[in-house]
Each structure stands twice: as structure tokens, then as C-alpha cells.
Design a binder for this molecule. Structure first.
Ligand code: Z16
Length: 806
């Protein structure tokens, strides 16, 4: 294929020898060194470049084929991406793992040491950011022309350390050594305005920003698996305009003052807000959101114009997915571009905008639904506020004509909340300005349309759909669990399951094969041994997720304390367990930090007590991230999914663990319900109140102390916490549970502890446990993000593949 100015691209060879030749050449020409004097960092960077070159070639072919076909593009707008380590993925997807391994060894390097230098870009908080990464993986794998847009934060999610058991946060300067996976594209820089005022010229509104900041893009490659397609994720970094440097002040010796405007500009992409499922509400966050939206829309329009000249085609060529409310300013921004800058009339622009955008909601927590003070938004983005008012006028007119006289409904649906403070409601704007709004699991979508977004569902029922989340089987099975993957492939006789996960159902027949069960048990055991946290014969009981009271790590902790107290009482008959916690708390979320502190205190007590040795151990490795998740997930026997029913939108860790043969103990919340429906009630440990029961209990006069008084073991556990047996922090945790217990931890305690006894009983029959474990994997194929993307394509995006020649 002729790709660039008549120059034929040479195809890079993938034999170990060719790979080694290219590595040496990269070492020499791009790192300026030789094998004799190369550091491990030189070797890592060189390896990365050599792998990247293979994908860059595919990227060039992909871009050419996609341009040629002028398709409907899928653009994913997300403030967060948790892409995970890039090296192992890019080796696998480019088919160079073995060649690279051999080449490194031939040059005298230890492959594992070099691979350990790969730093994951932690540009997200948790589920939402990782979902974005899984969807990009599947979009590329399914050959869909797609671009992810995001922010290139200098500092990603903080590095978690423990000091005396307390969480402390350290900056995550992830690109300190440079990022070999990144392609800067300074020629596509964008200019973003803030503040200022709105003029009128020749009957058109003109926004005169008071401040401008540059957005400089770079991109990372997003390869598909088993295909030539390589898409990109484009990340924007804020750069000061040259004019921000005040040379007059500099010359006068006022060095700090000379750069202060520039520093302020570049602060926009300095750091990721570390809040998962809570709105931050700060002006810098609003600036970040507009920065992402403004840069990305300019880029999308630029790309549209490469092949199209008529605005009428924009909506049919462009599907933009808004990942939560974070990028919802894109709706007024596109209106502004079309009406103010392009001169389209309002109604025409509005129909294109609605055709272009769709919105995914990821929460039910009221505190996670973003609102912005009208004053703040109007000062930062005066024209956008006017546009929001105009959109609101249209919305309220429609509501009034559909529901005459229903003033309360108008008040509830307005894009502006009036009391106690005037706020712009971003979720309302999102539903109003899009074709489709989706929830992320069946229960979540049901609850959304019957509670938080009920009024909108009444008005526009056909705008709502469910798309249950999924995860990448490449990353969370193949890369995380090479052992399980090899066994699956040998059992099935192929590895096509990696791109058609429903084929895992073929494992079901193998549950009757004693030697397969034995190998399965062995593979799980060696994953535990490799993790190195406790006896590989013990049940590995895993709770890995952000710390949040609704997720109820405190419930798991009460269970641990109860087990410990049973051990201390003598005659313990439970099975040996390693309980593993992993996760971060938002730095300002004191209650969650208290729970972390208390877990560490309990872990210290239990692990130091000879009475518990061989029976119970508590592990809490710091700084849970994608890299660590890939080590923990294959080792898990039991997956803790114990949120208060009706609070977890979906969960995706639950899917990763099920696919790796862990059994779930869980409530009927989020996607747990769909997991249980598929793996079968006999292969799932259910407990607790369901969503209607939890809601009913919460809306009555709930008395957590009744449970404390009625249950001896619960009382003993809470008394130990409260009395300071695990340090002073226990007092606050116990008080919050006894006084308020917002998330019904005490109400679900007995049901949970009894279900855990059922887990013990099941574990004692190892052969049957193994059968259940295999069945969990065999029946979880639905939870592939390939299926999720297929659902988005059918229900929302209506885009089709563009195949790229190999
Ligand atoms: C987030 O990670 C999620 C929701 C949200 O409003 C904000 C953030 Cl940063 C999570 C949900 O809590 C989780 O249930 C869901 O599985 C995940 O988003 C992906 O949809």
C-alpha cells in the first residue's frame, strides 16, 4: 500500500533476529548508546520503541483505510483513562513477545527486570476510567473507527503509602522518565478560551475570552487484538501561550511574577482529581472539563472537514459518547461552534447536536451527579451559560406542554436548580442534549429511569437504554493470567475465545474431567504462590476496589474481626483464609481513610498473633492499581461484591474476578445480579437485603443499635473496635456504624457472616469448589467488553467496521 508521498513503507520483521537488529539500531540511533554501556532504562526505552514501531506501521495503515472510507466515527470523551501497563499489552498485540524475550536475553538483559520498568499511566480513579480503556480495546479489536479523547495529567492518581497504618498520598509523576509510548502532535495544537464577555456583531453573538490556553495533543496507540487495526487515544496537555510570559517583569527581576500566568494556564492539566463517585465542585475541575471538551470538539470538527463539507452530514458521520457528566459541556460548546461560529440557525444546530451526542450515566449516588454554581459557570464560560439558558427554555416549554400545570415537575426537570443555591444540573443537560442515555447494568438502568432520571424517562422513554459493562478478556484473562489462559486454550483446543468470549461455554463439558479439574486447581494455586501473600493452600478472599462507605469494606472487616474472635475463643472450625484488601480512598474522604487505617491495625494484630497463624491472615498491599490488579485477580478464590444493594451502578472488578474462576459472595446489586443469573445461583454466595428492601429500611426509622444488641458476635466485634483494641481510630468507625450506619452494614452483618460459613463449607469440598470455579469462568463470556461495544453499536452508535489490510 502506498501510504506516504509515494514512499513504500518497509515491513518490520518479527523474527528474533530481525527484532534484535532493530533493537540494536534503536539503541544506537535513538538512545545514542550501545549494548556495552546501556542501562536497564536504555534497554526498556529501546524495547518500547522497537515494539511501538511495529504498531506504528499498523497505525499508518489504519489511518489510511479509515480516511478512505469516510465512515461514521465513534469518539469517546472521558476525563479519565486507566490504560494499564503498555509494554506487555503491546508485545502481545504486535505478536512480538517471544522475539523480544529472546532479543533481550541475547543482549544480556533479564526480560522481567526490563518489563518492571514499565510505568502505568494512572490517568483515572477506578471503574469509570478502566471501563473507558476496555471499551477502546474492544473498539479496536472490532475494527471500529474510533478515537478516545482525554486529558494528559502530569500527575495521575496519587501513589498510596501507609504510614503507621494511615493512608498518605504521594504525587504520581508517571512520565518522569519520559513516556516512550506517546506520540506528541504539536502541529494539532488548539486554543481554548476562558472568562471574558459576550459581544454582539451583525446579529451574531461573539464570545471574547479574557484568557487563552493552548491544548497540545499527544496520542497513545490502541491496538486491536487479532486484527491490523490500531486506533488512538488523544490526550490534551495545557500549555501557556507565549504571551503569558511577562518579559518586562522578568527583566525587572520579578521572576515568579513573570511566569505566574503561564503557571496558572499549565495547572489545568497538572493533576487528576482523585474523587471516585463524588463531585469535586472546584473551578479548576470545571476548567479541566471545558479544556477537554473544547480541544476535542475542535479536533473532531477538523477531522470531519478533511472529508466532508456539508454540516448536514455531521450527525451521521459523528457519534460522540459522553462518559458521565464530566464532558457534558460539549453540548453547549458544539451549539456555540455551530450557531456563533458557523452561522447555523438554532434549530438546525440543535438537531445536529442531539444526533451527535449520547450519554452514559455511571452512578446512582446523588453526590456524584455533578452540578456547577451558576455564578462560577457564568464567569468562566459566559456564552455557554446563555446557551444553557436557551436550551432550558426549550426543555421547559416541552415539559409544560406535555404536563400542563405540573409546576413541581418543571422545577425538578429544569437545567437550573434554584434553591438553596443556583446550580446547573449537568445530568439534566446531558439527557436533554443527546439521542440516548444509558445505564451500565440492568438494575442500574431500571433504578435510573425509576428514580434519579424518572421525570426524563416519563417525557422521553425511548431515549433510555441499558448497556451492561464488560471487561477486556485480553488484559484481564490473557495478560493477567497466562496460566489460566493456556489451560483454557488447551481445554478448548483453540484460542478463539480471546475474541469471542462466549466460547468459554465449551469449558462446561470439562468440569466432568478429573484431570482438567486438577490442572485448574493447580493453576489457581500457582497464581497464589506467585502473588506471594500467604499460604497458597488457604482460601484467597479478595476485596479490591476504591474505598467508599457504600461498597462496605467495613462489613468485610467486621467479618474478619468475628473470625479472629472465634479463633481466640478456641475450637475454631473455619477454613484457612487470606483476606486481601486493595484500594485507595479519596484524600478528603475521612470516613473511608479511617476504615483503611482500621484495616491495617486489625491486620497488624491478626498477623502478629500466633493463635491466628495458619488460619487467618490479612494482607493490604499499598497502591492498588492496574498493574497490581493483574497480579491479584488470577490468585483470587473468593470475590467480595458486598455493596449496599441499589448503590453500585455496575462494578467491573466483579466480572474480572468471575472470569478468572473466583466465586462471588455478593448482594443483589449492580452487575452482580447478571453474574448470578448466568453462573447459576448454586455457584454464587448470595446474602443481604435487596434494593427495594434496603430502600424501605433506609426510608424508615432505622436503628443500627437494634442489631448491635440482638447479635452477640456483632456486638463483640463492634465493642472491640470501639474500645480501642485496634487503636483509637476504631472509635470513629464504630460510632459512625452505631449512630448512623448510612449503608446498612449492621443490618446485613448476620446474613453476610452466615453466607461466609457457606463459603467455608463449599471450600472444604475442594473438588466441588473447582467445578464451581470452572463454571464461573465458563458462564461469564457475556462480560466481555467486546459484547458491551457490540451493544453500544447496535443500540446507540450505529457505526460499522472498517477492515484494514494486514
Ligand atoms: C466511577 O468510577 C464510577 C461512577 C462514577 O460516577 C464515577 C466514577 Cl470515577 C464507577 C461506578 O461506581 C461503578 O459501579 C461502575 O462499574 C464504573 O463506574 C463503570 O461504569
Amino acid at each position: 500500500m502506498d501510504l506516504r508521498n509515494g514512499v513504500e513503507l518497509r515491513s518490520l520483521g518479527n523474527t528474533p533476529d530481525e527484532f534484535r537488529q532493530d533493537m540494536l539500531s534503536n539503541l544506537y540511533y535513538r538512545r545514542g548508546t550501545t549494548v556495552e554501556s546501556a542501562s536497564a532504562q536504555d534497554a526498556y526505552e529501546t524495547l518500547a520503541l522497537t515494539v511501538r514501531d511495529r504498531l506504528a506501521e499498523r497505525r499508518a495503515r489504519t489511518a489510511a483505510a479509515q480516511y478512505e472510507s469516510n465512515p461514521r466515527w465513534v469518539y469517546y470523551l472521558s476525563a479519565e483513562y486507566l490504560l494499564g501497563p503498555q509494554l506487555e499489552q503491546n508485545l502481545l498485540y504486535s505478536g512480538t513477545s517471544e522475539a523480544a524475550h529472546k532479543a533481550l536475553e541475547a543482549c544480556g538483559f533479564k526480560p522481567e527486570e526490563i518489563a518492571a520498568l514499565d510505568v502505568e499511566p494512572g490517568l483515572g480513579n477506578g471503574g469509570l476510567g478502566r471501563l473507558a480503556a476496555c471499551l477502546l480495546d474492544s473498539l479496536a479489536t472490532l475494527d471500529i473507527p474510533a478515537v478516545g479523547y482525554g486529558i494528559r495529567y502530569d500527575l495521575g492518581i496519587f501513589r498510596q503509602e501507609f504510614q503507621d497504618g494511615r493512608q498518605i498520598e504521594r504525587p504520581d509523576d508517571w512520565a518522569f522518565q519520559g513516556d516512550p509510548w506517546e506520540f506528541p502532535a504539536p502541529d494539532d495544537v488548539q486554543t481554548v478560551g476562558f472568562y471574558g464577555h459576550v459581544d454582539e456583531r451583525d446579529g451574531r453573538k461573539v464570545w471574547q475570552p479574557g484568557e487563552v490556553v493552548l491544548g497540545e495533543p499527544s496520542h497513545l496507540l490502541v491496538p486491536g487484538y487479532g486484527t491490523t487495526t490500531v486506533n488512538i487515544v488523544r490526550l490534551w496537555r495545557a500549555r501557556a501561550h507565549q504571551a503569558s510570559f511577562d518579559l518586562t517583569r522578568f527583566s525587572a527581576g520579578q521572576y515568579a511574577e513573570a511566569v505566574q500566568d503561564a503557571v496558572r494556564a499549565e495547572n489545568i492539566s497538572k493533576v487528576l482529581y482523585p474523587d471516585d463517585s463524588t463531585a469535586a465542585g472546584r473551578e479548576l475541575r470545571l476548567k479541566q472539563q471545558y479544556f477537554l471538551v473544547s480541544c476535542s470538539l475542535r479536533d473532531i470538527v477538523r477531522r470531519f472537514r478533511l472529508r466532508n463539507s456539508d454540516w448536514d452530514a455531521f450527525g451521521s458521520k459523528t457519534a460522540i459518547q459522553l462518559n458521565d457528566t464530566h464532558p457534558v459541556l460539549a453540548i453547549p460548546e458544539l451549539m456555540r461552534l455551530l450557531v456563533d461560529e458557523e452561522g447555523l440557525d438554532w434549530d438546525h444546530a440543535w438537531s445536529l447536536v442531539r444526533q451527535t451526542f449520547n450519554y452514559t450515566c455511571h452512578t446512582l449516588l446523588p453526590e456524584a451527579l455533578e452540578t456547577w454554581p451558576v455564578d462560577m459557570l457564568g464567569r468562566l464560560l459566559p456564552r455557554h451559560l446563555e446557551i444553557i439558558y436557551l436550551i432550558n427554555a426549550g426543555l421547559l416549554e416541552e415539559v409544560r406542554s406535555r404536563f400542563p400545570g405540573d409546576i413541581d415537575r418543571v422545577r425538578r426537570m429544569s437545567l437550573i436548580q434554584e434553591t438553596p443555591e443556583r446550580l446547573v444540573r449537568m445530568a439534566n443537560l446531558a439527557v436533554t442534549g443527546t439521542t440516548m442515555t444509558n445505564g451500565v447494568a440492568e438494575l442500574h438502568t431500571q433504578l435510573l429511569t425509576s428514580t434519579v432520571l424518572r421525570d426524563f424517562h416519563d417525557l422521553w422513554p425511548s431515549r433510555f437504554a441499558n448497556v451492561t459493562n464488560g471487561v477486556s478478556p485480553r488484559r484481564f484473562v490473557r495478560l493477567a493470567s497466562p496460566g489460566i489462559s493456556a489451560l483454557i486454550s488447551s481445554g478448548l483446543g483453540h484460542d478463539r475465545w480471546l475474541t469471542d468470549l462466549s466460547l468459554l461455554s465449551g469449558l462446561e463439558a470439562l468440569t466432568g474431567d478429573a484431570s482438567f479439574r486438577e490442572q485448574w486447581r493447580e493453576v489457581k494455586r500457582s497464581a497464589k504462590a506467585a502473588l506471594g501473600l500467604g499460604d497458597p493452600g488457604a482460601l484467597m478472599d479478595v476485596m479490591i476496589k476504591r474505598f467508599h462507605e457504600y461498597k462496605r469494606q467495613q462489613l468485610k472487616l467486621l467479618h474478619v474481626i468475628t473470625l479472629y474472635q472465634r479463633i481466640k475463643a478456641g475450637g475454631y472450625d473455619g477454613v484457612p483464609r487470606t483476606v486481601l484488601f486493595g484500594g485507595k480512598a479519596a484524600p478528603a474522604y475521612q470516613a473511608a481513610k479511617n476504615i483503611i487505617h482500621l484495616i491495617n491495625a486489625v491486620a497488624a494484630a491478626v498477623n502478629a498473633d500466633p493463635a491466628a497463624a495458619g488460619l487467618l491472615r490479612v494482607a493490604f498491599p499499598a497502591n492498588y492499581n492496574i498493574t497490581l490488579a493483574e497480579h491479584i485477580i488470577p490468585a483470587a478464590d473468593l470475590s467480595e461484591q458486598i455493596s449496599m444493594a441499589g448503590k453500585e451502578a455496575s462494578g467491573t472488578g466483579n466480572m474480572k474476578l468471575t472470569l478468572n474462576g473466583a466465586l462471588t459472595i455478593g448482594t443483589l446489586d449492580g452487575a452482580n445480579i447478571e453474574i448470578r443469573d448466568r453462573v447459576g445461583a448454586d455457584n454464587f454466595f448470595l446474602f443481604g437485603l435487596d434494593a427495594p428492601a434496603a430502600l424501605a429500611l433506609r426510608s424508615g426509622p432505622y436503628q443500627p443499635r437494634d442489631h448491635y444488641h440482638a447479635d452477640d458476635e456483632l456486638r463483640a466485634a463492634l465493642d472491640a473496635i470501639r474500645s480501642g483494641a485496634f487503636g483509637g481510630v476504631g472509635h470513629d468507625v464504630a460510632a459512625s456504624l452505631l449512630d448512623r450506619d448510612e449503608y446498612l452494614t449492621l443490618a446485613d452483618y448476620r446474613s453476610y457472616v452466615d453466607a461466609q460459613a457457606g463459603v467455608d463449607a463449599a471450600w472444604r469440598d475442594q473438588d466441588h469448589w473447582t467445578t464451581m470455579s470452572i463454571l464461573n469462568t465458563a458462564r461469564a463470556g457475556f462480560f466481555s467488553s467486546d459484547r458491551t461495544v457490540t451493544d453500544y453499536l447496535d443500540r446507540i452508535w450505529h457505526a460499522t467496521p472498517v477492515r484494514v489490510e494486514g
